[in-house]
Design a protein around this ligand. Structure first.
Ligand SMILES: Cc1ncc(COP(=O)(O)O)c(C=O)c1O
Length: 386
């Protein structure tokens, strides 16, 4: 079976994990803070909080921004459900932003229309969640202009986008946003098995996210309400969670991060290979290419299949051992979201969903396998009966 993505684990990763397993600290030790510091330095952000998943990262980001049940949150319609669920955990009303029909990234014009309407109703969103789908950066400059005009907080859901670059800014530097989150699930750019991280340049948000990730407990006497107590004393200042990353996971993250540029380079090479092999077939819509202003991390290689043929191609490729995937059903189509509100159908998101297929792309993919997958796909697109 050829997966659409999988982890790259090498001997140095195993050695890194082993060294923590032999050390005094399996959790709350130095590996977590090292991983945080190194990731923050890599993306050029001031602060990082490592947690046990990107879903947890999104939740504490919402908590730190003070999202409550009376608030509205706007979310890109094409994403994994976690991008929206984090707002629902706090009871906030979620509305979905339509996406570009070719990239699946949020459509800034639709966001602006939603904001104009929300302002008329005096119901502006507290937060906008922008997803860098497949690792392709959204147009942060335009979203930032709307953020300044309408006063919302911006979370970049960069679960796919570690290593992506927008107008010279590494995604994660939070130049345009309040908080960026990464995922370290095995299919992502680097992995800690399960894991995630929040990045920010705002010290107050950083301190809150740190507390929310660990029961809401403050141990630093400088920030305690009662500063006169001895060392054992700590205060629970918020209702937080145990979302901490362990040192075992962080050790894997550290060794993975040391290789991230190599992983990204291999993904880019394979994306070029896909483009070369598929571009002759005009029935396929290929992902937009990198430019100086927008460099993808190439988490996914998503192609548009002619209308009505996507499911046949999906089933047949899988039957032949090529585990392509569909990313994603528009979030509002899930039964849970259908049950809470009568959401409008969004044409860009529907178009993207109906046609898109994610093809195999990961650092240890073999070029011969990629060529075989391309030939199989092209053969299916050529078939008269579909
Ligand atoms: C866009 C996006 N956001 C958030 C998540 C949640 O990440 P995690 O599995 O680390 O909780 C995912 C996971 O696939 C994702 O694709």
């Amino acid at each position: 079976m050829i997966p659409y993505s999988t982890q790259t684990i090498e001997d140095d990763d195993i050695d890194s994990v082993n060294s923590v397993l032999r050390s005094p600290y399996l959790t709350c030790g130095p590996a977590v803070s090292d991983f945080e510091e190194q990731t923050a330095a890599y993306v050029n952000a001031s602060y990082a909080v490592a947690v046990n998943s990107c879903t947890s990262a999104l939740h504490i980001a919402m908590l730190a921004l003070g999202v409550k049940s009376s608030d509205r949150v706007f979310v890109s319609a094409i994403s994994f459900v976690a991008s929206a669920n984090c707002a629902r955990y706090l009871g906030a009303e979620v509305d979905f932003i339509d996406t570009d029909k070719y990239t699946g990234n949020l459509d800034v014009n639709h966001l602006e229309e939603m904001l104009i309407e929300a302002e008329k109703q005096n119901r502006l969103p507290k937060v906008v969640v922008a997803v860098h789908l497949s690792g392709r950066p959204v147009d942060l400059e335009k979203i930032y202009a709307l953020k300044l005009k309408y006063g919302f907080y911006l979370i970049e859901d960069a679960a796919h986008a570690l290593g992506a670059v927008y107008k010279g800014h590494k995604i994660g530097d939070c130049f345009y946003s309040d908080i960026t989150v990464f995922s370290f699930h095995p299919v992502k750019i680097i992995t800690t098995a399960e894991g995630g991280m929040c990045l920010t340049n705002n010290e107050d948000l950083y301190r809150k996210m740190r507390l929310f990730s660990s029961h809401g407990i403050e141990k630093d006497s400088m920030y305690m309400t009662d500063q006169s107590r001895p060392n054992y004393y700590y205060e629970m200042q918020y209702l937080g969670f145990n979302y901490r990353m362990s040192d075992v996971h962080a050790a894997l993250g550290i060794s993975q991060l040391s290789k991230v540029d190599d992983f990204l380079a291999r993904r880019r090479e394979f994306a070029k290979d896909w483009e070369e092999l598929l571009s002759a077939d005009k029935n396929l819509t290929l992902p937009v290419a990198d430019t100086e202003n927008s460099i993808s991390s190439w988490h996914l290689y998503q192609v548009g299949i002619p209308f009505g043929k996507r499911d046949y191609v999906y089933n047949t490729l899988r039957h032949r051992g090529i585990c392509v995937q569909v990313h994603y059903l528009p979030i509002y189509k899930h039964p849970y979201y259908q049950s809470i509100k009568n959401y409008p159908t969004l044409p860009g998101a529907e178009y993207f969903f109906e046609r898109t297929l994610s093809l195999p792309l990961y650092p240890k993919l073999k070029r011969l396998d990629l060529q075989m997958c391309a030939a199989t796909l092209l053969g299916l697109i050529d078939e008269k009966k579909i």
